[in-house]
Structures are given as C-alpha cells and as structure tokens.
Ligand binder design. Structure first.
Ligand SMILES: *[C@@H]1O[C@H](CO)[C@@H](O)[C@H](O)[C@H]1NC(C)=O
Ligand SMILES: *[C@@H]1O[C@H](CO)[C@@H](O)[C@H](O)[C@H]1NC(C)=O
Ligand SMILES: *[C@@H]1O[C@H](CO)[C@@H](O)[C@H](O)[C@H]1NC(C)=O
Ligand SMILES: *[C@@H]1O[C@H](CO)[C@@H](O)[C@H](O)[C@H]1NC(C)=O
Length: 493
C-alpha cells in the first residue's frame, strides 16, 4: 500500500520550480552549515492563500521525514513547502536530526521501529505520525505508551489530528455508481449454481483471524471462495493475476458483481479502520457482509446498506439471515437503495466527504501525505511563534500548551480469535503463535523506547537492555525507584 501512496504523492509535485537555493544559514535559529550542501532542486508550486510568510529558505523551520522509504517529493531530498498559512523546509536528510532548526520529525507508521528511533529525543522537536495502513503493520502504535510519544497524528481514526477515515472512499459518486450486475441477472446466476456469497482472499494469516470465521460460516451457507485462503474454486484464467484486478476493472467487476453478497472482512480490527473491502462491493452494487471497524455504522450511507457480522450471535444466525435475504428480492433491493442520492441519510458521511481537503485519485486536491505535512508545518510555525512571543514577554504571553496523541488516535485492541474462545485454540495454531505475541512484544518495544527517551539515551540499540530491565522490574513487583518506567497492563497472558 505504500507503493500506492508514492504514486499519488509524487505526481502533483512534478511541476514548478522557484526560490533561491539555501546558500548559507544564519537565520533566527542556530547556524546550520551542513544545510549548505543540500539541494533545492524543485519547490512546490502551491502557496496557500493565507500564507504571507516572507522568510527565505534559510530561516524556515525544518521538518525531517524519518522513514527512508517515504518522502513525498521528487526529485532531491529537500524542498520548500508553502502551506496554507506558513512555509517550511522538508527533508529526508538525517543530517539535520539534532539541529535547533529541525522542529518536527515525521514518521511513517508501518516503518516505525523503536530500535531505529531518532535519539536522543530533542525537547524542542515534535514527532508526527502518518499511519493510514492496517493496525497489523505495527501494533506498537496501538499501545498508549507508544502513541503518546507522538505529538501529531494522521491515522484512520476520526479522533486523529488529521483524520484519514474515508481514505478508501474516493467520492460520493463512487457509491452511487450503478449496480454492475442487476438483481434479475444475479438471480439467474444463483439458479445456474453460483453461491450466494463470495469470498476472495489471498492474505490468510492475519490478526482478525477471518478465515476461522469463514470456515465456520461455510458449514451453514454456500460460499464460493477464490484466492489462496479457504479456496473452493479456481479463478478464471483471465482474472488469475488478482494484483492487477481492481474494483473498477470491467472484467473483474462483472465476475464478482454476479454475487449478491461479498464477505468483506478487514485484516485487522480497529475502530474506523475501513478499506476497499467495504466500499468496493458497495460501488459494484453487492451487499458487503462486513467485519472490521466496530463503529462502521457511523459511516454507512444509511442504516441498511451492509450486513454486519457482529450483529449476529453466531455464524449460523448470520447464515440464516443471508439465506432469507437471498430469497427476498424486495428486501435485498432495500440494501442498494443508497444508489439513489436522497436515500443517503448519513450526514456525517456526506459532510466528511464534502469537507476533507485531500483527494483520492483527484489531482485537483492535495494528497493526504502532503496535506499532513502542511498541517504539521502550520502547527509548528504557530508553536514557534508562541514560544518566541513567550520568551519576549512571559507575563503577557503564556507558553504554548504541550500537545500529544493518545489511544484515541489508534488504540487497536489485542487480536482475538475470529471465532470461538481463545482457550479452544490449538497451541500450535499459526494465528495464535503470531498475533497475540506480536501485540505484546510491541508493548515491550514501546515501553523500552519510552524508557530510552526518558533516560536521554543516544543509542537506540540500547532498546533491548531497557526492555530487559523493565521486565526484571516488573517481575520484582512495584517499582520503588521514583521516575522508573511506568508498568502497564497486569493482565498479560
Ligand atoms: C433506519 O432509518 C430509518 C429512517 O432514517 C428509520 O425510520 C428506521 O427505523 C431505521 N431502522 C433501523 C433498523 O434502525
Ligand atoms: C511532544 O510529545 C512529548 C512526548 O509525549 C512531550 O513530552 C512534549 O511535551 C510534546 N511537545 C509539545 C511541543 O507539545
Ligand atoms: C485524546 O485526544 C483527543 C483528541 O486529540 C482529545 O480530545 C482527548 O481529550 C484526549 N483524551 C485524553 C484522555 O487525554
Ligand atoms: C541529552 O543528551 C544530549 C547528547 O547526548 C545532551 O547534549 C543533552 O544535554 C542531554 N540532555 C539532558 C537533559 O541531560
């Protein structure tokens, strides 16, 4: 998915070049001679209407992109960005890590590793987290102690500073697209032997443990399963390369569109984590049978547009419901009524689509990567101005309030079995051996990193020592040492 980001992130920036090179550096902050040899090959062409920032490059605060695989500019490793209210220099050059002028470090969540964190953490620098991908990619961020290390976030949670909740829904029109295969034709396919339910998945061992649920569901209702997980049918040859098949590909759409119901099960469960698994069947005019975000109803077009797995006490009860709907054309059609605009009654959905400043595959709007970068730039300039004003006149100007993220910005729960109790699972089960452990190990790493920072360590590889001494102290019981690591959940298995 990072590859997708690259594509949309890079294109808008290919145009325009302006501004002088950064010849020296004797600005309002501490001199930075190393910046001299940085290139300013291209400069973003867009300047927000509220931006009257007169400063030359050498006086701008620096934002450092820490993740080596993600720098949303091209070419070069440093660029000036002119945002809606202010300007910054952005760079992926780690030489600036400890500079006074470096105001914020931006991280890509999937690549964030405690043992590679920029240390010592400079008190004048904020940390900004961009994480739009699945919770499964990095559970460190789901622990309170991990997410609180960051000051600004862009995540799929609506509580995030720069929310990306509807990132997989390109537009309202996407939902309104006409049904790919009309109901009469779907029913003909049913009579010809097609199952009512489609499952198409090739990523099998995931935290949501979806296959365990599907396997159970299959005992009660017929499911055509393509792909590597629980396969029951081969894909037709022309669709075998599922990596190139997209929801908008005509042949793919007419193939999957024949199914009345699509299993739409996210790979990780977290509030507000919704992907194309949900929106694509709706685009095609099929009914998603969804499990993912527990708050998904908040975003659906109306209260009858998807079947939610968690509304049913068992796979059997869900199967019975689907079978009844399969037999009732009138009731089935109600699930597609949102294809008529006035049947979209969810104002939260409409307003979010209307008001978001970033676009999905829409070159007329900024992409959310550059959008977040500018969000951080404007915030940092505000903060720096407030710090400066406070220094000048402490009585008149209060210092800026510290700002940090909390669990509501991520906070994905411990992975649970997709079906049945944890106790019932074979100890050799691959899901059991992987995901609950991954979740708890990432808590160790978050605590270790917090400890490294608190002790002002400069060497991230000391992480393992810190993790070990936290474990030893935890085993000994309550910590008498003031300022020692805060111990977390007693309820670890
Ligand atoms: C769905 O919404 C409609 C009107 O918006 C309401 O009349 C109906 O009771 C709701 N149904 C459920 C099951 O919530
Ligand atoms: C940023 O977050 C850190 C860690 O949570 C916190 O100590 C610091 O005060 C925050 N900085 C600002 C400027 O809010
Ligand atoms: C967590 O952050 C949100 C939004 O940033 C804020 O509204 C909320 O008060 C915070 N919660 C706690 C417990 O600090
Ligand atoms: C933290 O470490 C850095 C360099 O290792 C040092 O310059 C700085 O003074 C230290 N800060 C504190 C509060 O000890």
């Amino acid at each position: 998915m990072a590859r997708r980001l690259w594509f949309i992130a890079v294109l808008p920036l290919l145009c325009g070049a302006q501004g002088p090179g950064d010849a020296g550096d004797g600005g309002v902050f501490q001199p930075q001679s190393a910046l001299t040899d940085m290139e300013f090959a291209s400069v973003s062409s867009y300047r927000g209407p509220g931006n009257t920032d007169p400063r030359p490059n050498k006086e701008l605060p620096i934002l450092l992109w820490w993740s080596t695989n993600l720098f949303p500019h091209f070419p070069g490793d440093t660029e000036r960005v002119d945002c809606s209210r202010s300007s910054c220099l952005v760079t992926s050059n780690r030489k600036v890590q400890l500079y006074r002028r470096t105001a914020s470090v931006i991280f890509y969540g999937t690549d964030f590793r405690a043992y590679e964190a920029p240390l010592p953490r400079m008190p004048h620098q904020t940390w900004a987290l961009f994480h739009e991908e699945s919770p499964m990619n990095n559970y460190l961020l789901s622990h309170g102690v991990g997410i609180r290390l960051f000051n600004y976030t862009a995540t799929f949670r609506r509580e995030s500073d720069y929310p990306l909740t509807l990132q997989w829904l390109p537009s309202l029109e996407y939902l309104l697209a006409p049904t790919a295969v009309p109901l009469l034709e779907k029913n003909r396919w049913r009579r010809a032997g097609l199952a009512p339910v489609l499952y198409m998945q090739s990523h099998c061992d995931v935290p949501s443990d979806r296959d365990r649920y599907v396997q159970e569901l299959m005992k009660h209702i017929e499911i055509d399963s393509y792909g590597k997980c629980l396969n029951t049918r081969p894909l037709p040859e022309h669709l075998e390369d599922t990596s190139t098949a997209t929801g908008e590909d005509g042949r793919f759409m007419s193939f999957v569109g024949r199914y009345k119901f699509h299993l739409a099960l996210e790979n990780g469960l977290c509030p507000d984590y919704m992907t194309e698994k949900l929106w694509r069947p709706m685009h095609q005019g099929c009914v998603p049978v969804y499990r993912g975000s527990s708050a998904v109803s908040d975003w659906l077009p109306n209260n009858r547009s998807a079947i939610l797995v968690d509304d049913f006490p068992s796979p059997r009860a869900l199967a019975e419901f689907i079978k009844a709907l399969d037999q009732d054309d009138e009731e089935y059609s109600r699930y597609l009524e949102y294809k008529t605009p006035r049947r979209i009654t969810n104002l939260r959905l409409l307003e979010a689509l209307e008001s978001r400043e970033w676009g999905v595959n829409d070159m007329s709007k900024p992409n959310y990567l550059n959008g977040f970068e500018c969000f951080v730039c404007d915030r940092e300039n505000e903060r720096l101005a407030a710090v400066k004003a406070h220094r000048k006149n402490p009585h008149l100007n209060p210092p800026p309030q510290p700002k940090m993220a909390n669990s509501s910005h991520m906070g994905c729960p411990l992975p649970r079995p997709g079906h049945g109790p944890l106790e019932g699972i074979d100890p050799h089960d691959s899901w059991l051996q992987m995901w609950p452990q991954d979740y708890w190990q990432s808590l160790d790493q978050a605590e270790g990193l917090e400890s490294l920072i608190r002790h002002n360590e400069s060497e991230p590889s000391l992480l393992w020592q810190h993790i070990q001494s936290i474990a030893v102290r935890r085993a000994r019981g309550p910590d008498p040492e003031p300022g020692g690591p805060t111990l977390s959940p007693g309820a670890r298995p």
